[in-house]
Design a protein around this ligand. Sequence first.
Ligand SMILES: Nc1ncnc2c1ncn2[C@@H]1O[C@H](COP(=O)(O)OP(=O)(O)OP(=O)(O)O)[C@@H](O)[C@H]1O
Ligand SMILES: [Mg+2]
Length: 251
Amino acid sequence: MSIVELKGIYTAYEGGEKAVIKDLSLRVERGEYVVIGGPNSAGKTTLLESINGLIKITHGSASVCGLNVSSQADEVRRRVGYVIQNFYFDPFTPFTVEQVVMMGRFGRLGLMNRPGRADYDAAQRAISLVGIEDLAHKTIGTCSGGQQQKAMIAHNIAKEPEVMMLDEPFSNLDFVAREYLQGVFKRMVRTGVPILMVAHAFDGLPDIPIHLVVMNQGRISYDRNCRAEEVEGIIRKECGVSENARVADRK
Ligand SMILES: Nc1ncnc2c1ncn2[C@@H]1O[C@H](COP(=O)(O)OP(=O)(O)OP(=O)(O)O)[C@@H](O)[C@H]1O
Ligand SMILES: [Mg+2]
């Protein structure tokens, strides 16, 4: 069984009349690096939220890690890492970066248990993997946007998820951080954890086969493996953006 298996799903937001995602099917296997592209409002974030059980699936079936997303959403969320697209910490949020990363362990721990050695170790490993040791004692609300993004990536790495989903994780990151973190995700993929990444920029993708999913108006229009350097061209073609527009962009 695939680690993510969506069959003919439709999803609609609360109070929304129309389905945002329409008759969408997708399989993701262990160790795949999935890039999800497509224009604004295509339904990319909604797709991730469907996988994570955050939005109601009105038709079709979804299973993640062998669990039914509709009836076992809490357990699915414990096993899936999800770095959301837009987040904002109030400047007075009292938690340090280290505490925020540690919170990534809470799903495994359960409410009544105190973190143990293994939890502290996992949090420290995530902090050093993402390279934010210097931020550990800074309060999250006083961090820059990029620093907060790194902290949320570390939080999700500390979780030791079975599937890692990231929604434009690089939007606030400088190119050094982007390249470095791409290396981190490549290593996660090697250990079998699939990455599902929504992105609009494709520089620095790892040189491994990419499972490319292109979305358009709530549907998948492309779902195949390709090479990293082909990703942008395929998305442009799928979305009807011509080479001429690309040249005009640069002028
Ligand atoms: N909370 C919500 N309630 C109602 N409709 C929503 C909600 N969130 C998103 N939508 C609608 O669902 C559609 C898909 O939105 P989604 O956020 O999934 O797009 P996206 O592909 O992630 O776009 P972007 O690249 O801008 O992030 C849009 O038409 C949007 O207006
Ligand atoms: Mg989005």
